[in-house]
Design a protein around this ligand. Sequence first.
Ligand code: 4AZ
Length: 258
Amino acid sequence: MASFILLKARAVTGHLLALLLSLTAVVLFPRYGCVDIIGGHIVCPHSRPFMAAIQRKNLTVCGGALVEEQWVLTAAHCDLEEREVRVVLGAHQVSTHEKEQQIFQVMQYFRHPQFDRSSMENDLMLLKLNGIAKLNKYVQLLPLPDSYEDIKPGTRCKVAGWGVTSSGKPSKYLRETTLKTVSRKRCERKYENSAKITSNTLCAEGKNIFLKRDSCKGDSGGPFICAGRYSGIVSFGKGCGRRGMPGVYTSLTKKYTD
Ligand code: 4AZ
């Protein structure tokens, strides 16, 4: 009898421990179930069907968004004008063959005419694909916003990409993280001598005290989605995931969407 009670007590403690561990996981790593970028998580396969991976020699150099069947919007600083560039739509594990993928070449590059490499102003570029994407469950448009509202500091934004993770290597799978926008004043102070923060840029940083969160190398050009709206494009940053150092995003203001 005594040993039966002991066994029962052990089983209950075991269950309690398991429960406690899963609760800790949920609190510390929200979304660990479906299962960054820096400090994010792998998204459910094909749950961001508008994402484009822009690759050179099988290496993802930038992200982008399919804004129309033949057009991808990305960042102007993505140096792509080469033969071996391909745009992969419908990908999850981007560098392997997946049946959902649609692969295109770039027919024409339309960099913003006022893109300035030193100040990083007007960091956006349209790519005309050499074919028309077939829209389905895995490949969808992320249309440009048809109105503009400035994003207030403290707004939650999502950014996804196959860029460098905290391991220092690019991600095999599409990842996403959540950031919060910071005021332009604060951002200007951080980038005083190195870049120009204008009304056409947004800045955002991770707000989790335990985990660093940021976009990083290879995520550039990917969409920045604030309060559910396509609001910007990953542009640049001083390092990745540095505490108190926001990343900079091109804001999809009227100047650009018109
Ligand atoms: C990059 O090198 C890059 N933390 C992109 C975004 C950020 C930093 C670097 C923002 O393409």
